[in-house]
Design a protein. Sequence first.
Length: 154
Amino acid sequence: MLGWPRVCVAQPNKAHLALARLQKNERIGGLITQNVDTLHDQAGSHDVIELHGSLHRVLCLDCQLRSPRDAVQRQLEIDNPHMVQVEAVQAPDGDTLLDPAFEEHFQVPRCPHCDGERLKPDVVFFGENVARRRRPGRWRRWKVRRACWWWARR
Ligand SMILES: [Zn+2]
């Protein structure tokens, strides 16, 4: 909740923009990234495979529904108004370091579909496997090979 505002205002850097230009000029095809910040999309890239998922979605571990992170953030702020103005330390890994006293009255968001409370960012955490649906299909693998071939010819 407290780290999201910082994540959602991140902007593509020169590398993201350069890759988008290479795609626009048909020098490369799709992109496979381990990034979870959607900055390649924001830079204008297309056919991006987010191998490790996206922080812009939330996954319900009970029913597998994926929800936009912004919607969950709005619910978090409605349910936890005492947290909205809290200043917290942002760790480099995206975690927020917070006084445990704030956790006492914290309302965990619920899934809008099944009412479960086992929501997590739709990303691959350390020790988890990449979801099969995120692995490139045959067509995308061909496009990636083609892109690599194009790049090697230069
Ligand atoms: Zn659910």
